[in-house]
Design a protein around this ligand. Structure first.
Ligand SMILES: NC(=O)c1ccc[n+]([C@@H]2O[C@H](COP(=O)([O-])OP(=O)(O)OC[C@H]3O[C@@H](n4cnc5c(N)ncnc54)[C@H](O)[C@@H]3O)[C@@H](O)[C@H]2O)c1
Length: 312
């Protein structure tokens, strides 16, 4: 297949591009490089340095390349920033998806794989979270992802809607060389602390009703996630799939794993952050059944080991 990957120079996108090429697909990438890095892309694939809201530029891309399917990852993804700048998030994540959908339909593309997020579930009261868990996003980011899901369905595409839980790790074979800029998630922060870029890691909340009092989340390795995207291309009906490992790791367990990989570093217990759910994890059985997919890397030490070379 000839697959257009939007946001292909980003953290997850660059892994999806590698997985597509490994599987024998052709790839075209669109990215405005606002957070992505072109050094993480093979130099011999067509690359459009373009904003997905730029109708004319998208049209030119579709005129030049005959696209069979789109994997749409381009988006803004920082929850905190989305609360401060809702206009940016509605513009890129919703209007950008609208322009892309319009030009894709015009070009006759039938299939979309969409990067959605567990953020559409908000603060789920029960785990495991299934695809039937009610949608109740609690951030502008989560709302824009929910709107993106609906928009693509209303445009009539065959939509494989992938709701990722927390994505971690890097290509274990070392083909990605530039780490995410200004990471805001736990695992990159652990790595930055492990190599001394940060002085200490703060654990926000140690009195939750969880195994060790710290928050628990489902962390899925980016290489496993990329595999799911490739398999999603073979589906011919719209479907929503949760992508997680189906188990929660606590913040403290992740800290210990990072210390096993990097050695000791300073850790500070801090008060809870408002709005952080205590614990949630995915039920990924629908993805297992439909895609024959199961996360292969589930040990946090192994996950962090794949990240270490990018931070040294
Ligand atoms: N990282 C996670 O844990 C996670 C979890 C759930 C969902 N997601 C979703 O996965 C997707 C990829 O996330 P990521 O972690 O790789 O983030 P990222 O910021 O590394 O990737 C996003 C890419 O999109 C590009 N981009 C942003 N705005 C654009 C625009 N207007 N036009 C063209 N390109 C644009 C960026 O330059 C970047 O390369 C996003 O849609 C995100 O919402 C990520």
């Amino acid at each position: 297949m000839n697959v257009l990957v939007t946001g292909g120079a980003g953290y997850i996108g660059s892994h999806v591009v590698l997985a597509l090429l490994d599987a024998g697909h052709s790839v075209v990438v669109i990215d405005d490089l606002s957070t992505g890095c072109s050094d993480n892309l093979p130099s011999d694939i067509p690359f459009f340095h373009v904003d997905i809201r730029d109708e004319q530029a998208l049209r030119a891309c579709f005129e030049k390349h005959s696209i069979d399917a789109i994997i749409h990852l381009a988006a803004k993804k920082a929850v905190g920033e989305s609360m401060k700048h809702p206009e940016l998030y509605f513009s890129v994540n919703v209007e950008g998806t609208r322009v892309l959908a319009q030009e894709a339909r015009r070009a006759g593309v039938k299939t979309f794989v969409f990067s959605s997020s567990a953020a559409v579930y908000g603060n789920p009261s029960e785990s495991p979270v299934t695809e039937h868990t009610p949608l109740a996003p609690e951030s502008v980011y989560g709302v824009t992802k929910k709107m993106g899901e609906e928009l693509l369905l209303w445009f009539g595409f065959t939509l494989v809607n992938l709701r990722y839980f927390n994505v971690v790790g890097y290509d274990p074979s070392g083909r990605i060389t530039v780490p995410e800029k200004q990471p805001q998630n736990l695992f990159p922060i652990l790595c930055e602390t492990g190599v001394g870029v940060r002085e200490r890691v703060q654990i926000f909340g140690t009195d939750y009703d969880t195994r060790d009092g710290t928050c628990e989340r489902d962390y899925v390795h980016v290489t496993d996630l990329a595999t799911a995207h490739v398999r999603a291309l073979s589906l011919d009906e719209s479907i929503t799939l949760n992508l997680g490992i189906g188990r929660a790791l606590s913040v403290r367990e992740c800290v210990y794993a990072a210390q096993e990989v990097f050695g000791e570093f300073a850790v500070e217990d801090a008060p809870r952050r408002p709005g952080d759910p205590a614990a949630y994890y995915a039920n990924p059985s629908r993805a297992q059944n439909v895609l024959g997919w199961e996360a292969q890397i589930t040990d946090p030490v192994e996950m962090i080991t794949t990240m270490k070379p990018l931070y040294e």
